[in-house]
Design a binder for this molecule. Sequence first.
Ligand SMILES: [Zn+2]
Length: 312
Amino acid sequence: MTNVADRRLLLVHAHPDDETVGTGATMALYAAAGARVTLVTCTLGEEGEIHLPELARLAATEADQLGGYRLTELRAACAAMGVTDHRFLGGAGRYRDSGMMGLPTNAHPRAFWQADLDEAAGHLVEIMREVRPQVLVTYDPNGFYGHPDHIQAHRVAMRAAELAGAEGFGPDKIYWTAMPRSVLEAGMAAFRESADNPFAGLDQAEELPFGTPDEQIAARIDGTDHHAAKEAAMRAHASQIPDNSWLYSIAGNFGNEFMGVEYYTLAAGEKGPGSGPYGWEDDLFAGLAAGTAAVPGPAVPGGTAPAEAGSR
Ligand SMILES: [Zn+2]
């Protein structure tokens, strides 16, 4: 797309901090480039583990105030990434963090895992109706690593895209966050001798709950120049990411590329031009004409509407 200001990127994440860890460099990159970046977070993350001792009593089993606190962390993280449009699905507090798969918290009446799919998707359709994103980013059907709220975020985002598409304003491209197997293997090799090896006990990348064969990756987004914004956003989520987290030590070992480069598979839409052995795109908007999805109307076969005169 030639006109950056016409670019609208919508990201759907499960908990505060997921946006930063998974897609923070991408968000900072597009926000800095002048694209409209809209983040939708589905829960407040009430069931998160608390890494700051002074906040321990905010826990769900005690004061149950972690969600409200994480809202403030998310706000600071968005500011660090330059993202100004942030919403909670259905409004802050509508859906509750379901906790890890199989825990009793999955059955809480407000747990996101219990959400009615069409009702939850309806909240997102309203946001799509307003924002008209050309590109939607969310997780794969396994929620990247199996957390119920991530799986549900995937289902809700995909259902919303389907409903919006039926009304003529669905996204042109849908991406799922991914980690190329070659990157995981390089990480495992580099950490093998390390005392804080996050891959301890694993022999092969295939044993991890995530990891995508390189040939299935569609896009490699190089936000290396924005690694500092991503790291600042991570620091804003201090209740979840302690200062001694392996995320920071990995960053130290691998340099800015670990923090700044993020990968995606393409779940819907047409892949744009790319490079390298697998033709990875370097832009989530690659192949889209300027002004796509700007005008309400029926979807055009092939996924893109004709470019508007004067929009480039
Ligand atoms: Zn999460």
